[in-house]
Design a protein around this ligand. Structure first.
Ligand SMILES: [Zn+2]
Length: 448
């Protein structure tokens, strides 16, 4: 364990640095000073004053802002690989919802989020936006690993693992807000599952509560074509039109997926200043369709990037997700210039921070911002030689190329090892719980 005391300073020395993808290029790095939770001096030849500090040698490495996973259901790592290669509605209704109703409780959420948080940390993700149930326990896991997280409590108008009767979500939300850890790493939020599983009244009430609390409201929007047909049939409007008619679109609302949009709906998102989180691998795996990410980005929509849950991806590697986002955009537009490497890097850093309303605090390396920093070691065959580092980060790098991860000034991953929690202990606990989950669907946990 090399846990960093909050008062300790860190100086990164040497290597290369990318302070804000798309705005600055990769340049030679000299010294960067982190004091407590903040970046104090970034890439200076001499520190203003010499300080007692832990020195991190970054020679031959690339320093950049930590990655931001704009959408995940972290606890679902315990359902990863349980049901694959299925149509979306069969996957959800025949496997995921039944498994959740049987197994999802506080321990499931803590343990599943712990597994995902360790995976995300090792892959260079320093902030994630999570949406699920029993979310105070997800927040505990994020705090224990040391990641920054937007923790959104799930809201549904069908029975949920933590709200048995539809309509009881308000009581659950109250409990969540009361018991969610008060920690600088955690921002509580709300997550309405979708316009097909939340009534207009629930959507309106949740939006009003989010405004009152000045917090974010996430919602899966227009993920599949059948969803659009269902909502249009029920309400006479497509999902984004429906949300607009309910007066929900606006700052603080985050649309996840946004795959099946009419031109009018795209304009509505632009006009309302709504941020979108693009989850290309989940959309491909569930054959949901392709979000027009390059078109939305060109129109000026703030675009983040997300892995979605580990049961529909199935890994939490944002390097892979960036590559997929770019390749998907090129394929569907037949334009090799669509969603270029710098644009996608922005989606995973500063633009992702903008979607979460946190771009004044994270997403780039600037004095005064929180010290959320990753160090990538490019001394590997698949990154050698390196002409254009941004190109390598999107098209060739992997999460496992991340060497060090600093969140809020604390070293969470040091030379590829988690420093904050005992990885082996939590993997063993996850295997034990998985034996029980697997039995329910005739599968055996075979990781031992
Ligand atoms: Zn999702």
């Amino acid at each position: 364990m090399t846990e960093k005391a909050p008062s300790e300073n860190t100086v990164l020395v040497g290597g290369m640095i990318l302070t804000e993808p798309g705005r600055t290029g990769v340049v030679k790095h000299e010294k960067t000073l982190i004091a407590e939770d903040r970046l104090v001096e970034v890439n200076v030849s001499r520190l203003t004053e010499e300080v007692d500090a832990r020195i991190v040698d970054c020679s031959h490495c690339l320093i950049m802002p930590g990655l931001i996973n704009g959408h995940v259901h972290a606890a679902m790592s315990l359902l990863r690989g349980l049901a694959d290669d299925l149509p979306f509605h069969r996957w959800l209704n025949e496997y995921i919802f039944p498994a959740e109703s049987t197994h999802v409780g506080p321990e499931f959420v803590y343990l599943g989020t712990m597994i995902s948080s360790m995976e995300m940390a090792l892959n260079g993700i320093t902030t994630f936006a999570d949406g699920y149930f029993h979310m105070e326990h997800a927040a505990r896991a994020a705090v224990d690993v040391g990641l920054r997280a937007v923790i959104a409590q799930g809201i549904l108008d069908v029975p949920a693992p933590d709200a048995a009767s539809p309509g009881s979500w308000k009581g659950r939300m109250h409990e969540f807000l009361e018991s969610c850890p008060r920690d600088p790493l955690i921002s509580p939020a709300l997550f309405c599952h979708s316009t097909y599983l939340c009534s207009p009244e629930t959507l309106r009430d949740a939006a009003a509560l989010a405004r009152e609390l000045r917090t974010l409201l996430f919602c899966h929007v227009s993920e599949t074509a059948p969803e659009v047909d269902d909502v249009a049939h029920r309400y006479g409007r497509r999902p984004v039109e429906h949300l607009d008619a309910l007066n929900i679109l606006g700052e603080g609302f985050v649309a996840v997926h946004a795959v099946h949009l009419s031109d009018r709906e795209k304009e509505m998102l632009v006009e309302a200043g709504v941020g979108v989180v693009h989850c290309p691998e989940s959309n491909m795996k569930l054959a949901a369709g392709a979000c027009d990410a390059s078109g939305l980005s060109r129109r000026g929509v703030a675009m983040g990037i997300g892995t979605d849950g580990p049961a529909s991806n199935n890994n939490l590697d944002l390097f892979e997700e960036m590559r997929s986002a770019s390749l998907m955009a090129k394929l569907v537009t037949r334009d090799p210039e669509a969603l270029d490497a710098r644009t996608v890097l922005r989606m995973a850093t500063i633009d992702g921070a903008r979607v979460l309303g946190m771009d004044d605090r994270i997403g780039s390396l600037e004095p005064g911002k929180f010290a959320d920093v990753i160090v990538i070691d490019p001394d590997r065959p698949h990154l050698t030689p390196m002409y254009v580092p941004e190109s390598h980060l999107v098209y060739a790098a992997r999460g496992s190329d991340v060497r060090d991860v600093i969140v809020n000034g604390r070293m969470v991953v040091d030379h590829g090892r988690i420093t904050t929690v005992d990885e082996e202990e939590f993997k063993a606990r996850a295997r034990t719980m998985a034996s029980e989950i697997g039995r329910g669907v005739g599968l055996r946990e075979c990781g031992e």
